[in-house]
Design a binder for this molecule. Structure first.
Ligand SMILES: [Zn+2]
Length: 346
């Protein structure tokens, strides 16, 4: 099923684009070769178990680029653009990585210039949640390929929320990423939602990320369970006696199975994430909120209570038009987002 792209300046009919995904944690690093319809033809991943410095990432990136751009793969023309989705603060207008939290050597790194020099191809970089948001609008949950313009109006203002080890947001308005004045629009992970709440990775307290990220959920669950033997036993059963490895999805499973401590943790996620989303709905009046990242894989266990919370907090006339849905690109949203960034500019 081929879909006509309607945005961007599609002048080329032959060639390829490259998508690059970089995360601060080292867990998500990949390079993909795609055709001009956005189909990924070849992809390399080099995940790391530790937080790498920029030199390590750039060396891996070089190796992956060499593999992906092997002349044997490029029988239908040359590479026209590179798109990069970065899991950190990015100044998209200047092509500079401002910072990758936890990772060293990235502050004000001119990644766009670096890649242009390396590949001799125009390059566009952006934050990963922005890229994922664009991908969902172009070819995912908010794309118009599903129906004959059935939901077009709702897709004009779309918020994507990436719920992983961190929390990021991307806003797409009329088909374009909304950047704000200094390219930091959508950084909703550091909104304060709970006064005197838990400490955040940024040093602040009570931020959304400190309550509703996958890391925060696991950490809170482990911390609370030590005083409740039954809950501890349930965690041990679920994790094969490696309680420290409990995932956020497993916390949601325990909650659904009736564990009161897990239910408490999950309720906090619904409450504070719901509050943040409702506040954004009042300001932006989006037609869709798309939940992505690892936590979104729990599906309705997250979506239904959040929709109810947003409906409850918003005036009916404000809240009734917004639909909360699951990302269609799932764990591939960032790399598909990188490819989509490149295609926007072809
Ligand atoms: Zn924070």
């Amino acid at each position: 099923m081929e879909r006509q792209r309607t945005t961007g300046k599609l002048l080329a009919t032959q060639g390829y684009v490259i998508g690059v995904e970089i995360s601060g944690s080292g867990l998500r690093q990949s390079v993909a070769l795609a055709d001009l319809n956005g189909n990924i033809l070849y992809q390399v991943r080099r995940p790391l178990e530790y937080i790498p410095d920029s030199q390590t990432v750039l060396r891996l990136l070089d190796e992956m680029l060499t593999e992906v751009t092997d002349p044997e793969r490029l029988c239908d023309g040359r590479i026209l653009r590179v798109g990069v989705a970065v899991g950190g603060l990015v100044d998209a207008s200047r092509g500079v990585v401002r910072t990758l939290r936890h990772a060293h050597g990235w502050d004000n790194f001119p990644l766009q210039d670096y890649l242009v020099e390396r590949l001799d191809v125009p390059c566009i970089i952006d934050n990963n949640a922005n890229a994922a948001a664009l991908a969902e609008v172009e070819s995912g949950a908010a794309s118009s390929s599903g129906g004959e313009g059935g939901n077009r109006k709702a897709e004009r203002v779309v918020l994507y929320v990436g719920l992983g080890r961190g929390i990021g947001g991307g806003l797409v308005v009329n088909g374009k990423i909304y950047q704000g004045i200094t390219c930091t629009a959508g950084e909703i992970g550091h909104m304060q939602v709970k006064e005197n709440g838990p400490k955040c990775s940024c040093g602040g307290y009570g931020h959304l990320e400190a309550i509703a990220s996958t890391q925060a959920i696991s950490r809170t669950m482990i911390g609370l369970s030590v005083e409740y033997p039954e809950t501890e036993a349930a965690i041990r059963r679920l994790t094969g006696a490696r309680a420290e490895r409990i995932t956020a999805e497993q916390v949601f499973q325990l909650s659904a199975a009736g564990d009161p401590i897990a239910q408490h943790v999950v309720e906090d996620v619904h409450t504070y994430l719901g509050t943040a989303l409702a506040n954004i709905v009042f300001l932006m009046n989006p037609g869709m909120i798309i939940l992505g990242g690892q936590l979104a894989l729990v599906g309705e266990l997250l979506i239904a209570p959040l929709q109810a919370r947003v409906d409850n907090l918003c005036l009916p006339i404000v809240g009734q038009s917004v639909r909360i849905v699951q990302s269609e690109h799932g764990s591939e949203a960032n790399i598909i987002g990188a490819v989509t960034l490149a295609l926007q500019d072809v």
